[in-house]
Design a protein around this ligand. Structure first.
Ligand SMILES: [Zn+2]
Length: 497
């Protein structure tokens, strides 16, 4: 099998000799025919009798046809022999997420990752721009978000100060570059949890925000946005509004996951909101805040995505797209949700998260996982928009480590998203892309993608699971006790007045 990734839907190699011809700029020459009978993003290539003809119905298809030609040229030295390819993606959403909040990656690195994506026909770059550990996007109305929120005194794995952020111009540059390669960009502003960096910059955004710092360790933090104050939702709307002329594509990600209710339970404003809305559970308040912002995005012609969570199932509006990451929701329930009309992006942490060790999320595990959950009805399959492969960076402090985690798994993911499944030998084909990645500037070692077995696997697993200590986490619990005490004191004083 010719080592293309993703493998084309149909690929026939013929007997005859064929050599690519190139123009003065080095581009492969071909005759182009626009063919509206072909599917979106699809293309057809026919190399026969010294003639190369490409067909597609759109510019994206033509772009992917050219990508395929470039790879064939590189892997065959320009003489692929006569061939016929007919190809089109199974899914319109083929995503890769880069977490720039935990570690900041400079513009050049982001542009290089866009090159990786284009090579693999991925078409959505999801930028995780804000979290407890950093705020990475310049907002003119709230300068402290980056002046304060973009820096932390140390990180989980390094003992020195770390930070950085993108200016509006830099983000526009990233989006323009992505668009030139038929890649859409989804910005994520995580809310109301994973919000400490914003609270560190503007304490009034939290219920008891004084003293909150940009988080140094990872883990789920107790300080979340105070949704009881009107000003908090106004803040979020202001932020989103400033992003509209940078991120011009349809989807906006609101995060929405892992919200701790500890502060809300103590906060007079949040308690009053819950009472006023007549809610019994805090999860209803969480869903309400997300629904409000989703409606705001809809008014501006955008659609909201959130990380799915079982506790807000049935409470979050139907038009919120779920990014499925197995937050306590089994696949049977997920299938029911899909069958009832919910649109979903598949990103199960096992096996699609690219920051997990290869021993856990190896090529084989990715290959075996079924993208379409059991129980999904045939006529509801269209509600699965596609798949996304996230690289969280708490343990990925630099571009070199990122490359190690991405290669070859990003290629395997790209095949899953393009075909809906993996073809045989996807791991070997992905590894044959090493020279192409290196040509784009990636640092790819010989051991790339090595999985461990036996005792080495067990040790890898233990090494990885040690992070649970922090998700739990001792530091969080102590911090929480301190805030609880201060909050109760403040609450008491307010009541006495
Ligand atoms: Zn509050």
């Amino acid at each position: 099998m010719f080592p293309l990734v993703p493998a084309p839907i149909k690929f026939e190699r013929k007997e005859g000799f064929f050599k690519f011809l190139k123009d003065d700029s080095g581009a492969i020459k071909y005759d182009y025919v626009r063919d509206d009978s072909l599917p979106p993003e699809g293309y057809e290539l026919r190399a026969r009798d010294s003639k190369l003809v490409m067909r597609s119905c759109d510019e994206a298809g033509r772009f992917y046809g050219e990508v395929t030609l470039g790879v064939m040229d590189a892997l065959t030295g320009g003489t692929p022999g006569e061939f016929y390819i007919s190809d089109a993606p199974a899914f319109g959403y083929r995503g890769y997420m880069l977490d720039v909040a935990r570690y900041f990656f400079d513009v050049d690195t982001v542009l290089r990752h866009i090159d990786y994506m284009a090579l693999l026909k991925l078409n959505v770059l999801h930028l995780h721009l804000t979290d407890d550990q950093g705020w990475r996007v310049e907002i003119k109305k709230y300068p402290r978000l980056t002046a304060v929120g973009a820096f932390r005194s140390r990180t989980h794995v390094r003992l020195y100060r770390h930070g950085g952020y993108y200016t509006r111009e830099q983000l526009k540059q990233i989006v323009a570059y992505a668009h030139s390669k038929h890649i859409k960009v989804v910005p994520e502003i995580d809310f109301p949890g994973h919000f400490s960096a914003a609270i560190a910059a503007y304490p009034e955004l939290g219920c008891y925000g004084e003293g909150v710092k940009v988080a140094r360790n990872f883990g789920v933090k107790y300080d979340v946005a105070c949704v009881g104050k009107d000003t908090t939702l106004s803040f979020m709307k202001d932020v989103l509004e400033e992003l509209f002329d940078i991120f011009t594509d349809e989807y906006y990600h609101l995060g929405g996951d892992e919200v701790m209710y500890e502060r809300w339970k103590l906060c007079p404003e949040c308690l009053e909101l819950k009472r006023r809305l007549g809610f019994n559970q805090w999860s209803e308040v969480q869903a309400w805040a997300l629904n409000e912002l989703s409606a705001f995005l809809n008014e501006h012609g955008k659609k909201a995505i959130i990380w799915n969570e079982s506790k807000i199932t049935g409470k979050a509006d139907k038009n919120l797209v779920w990014q499925y990451w197995q937050g306590g929701l089994d696949e049977k329930k997920l299938a029911e949700e899909i069958n009832s009309g919910r649109q979903v992006i598949m990103s199960p942490c096992e096996p699609y998260y690219l920051d997990l060790p290869y021993s856990i999320n190896g090529v084989r595990a990715m290959e075996k996982y079924k993208l379409i959950p059991e129980g999904t009805k045939v006529d509801a399959v269209d509600n699965i928009l596609g798949a996304e492969f996230p690289l969280w960076t708490e343990l990925v402090p630099n571009a070199r480590q990122a490359d190690k985690m991405l290669f070859p798994r990003l290629a395997v993911g790209a095949e899953i998203a393009w075909r809906g499944c993996c073809d045989e030998n996807v791991g070997d084909r992905a590894k044959s892309y090493a020279p192409l990645f290196i040509r784009l500037g990636a640092i790819v070692g010989e051991k790339a993608g090595a999985e461990k077995k036996g005792i080495a696997y067990v040790l890898d697993r233990i090494w990885w699971e040690r992070r649970q200590l922090y998700w739990g986490a001792i530091g969080n619990l102590i911090g929480n006790m301190k805030v609880r005490r201060a909050a109760k004191r403040k609450f008491r004083q307010q009541n006495q007045r």
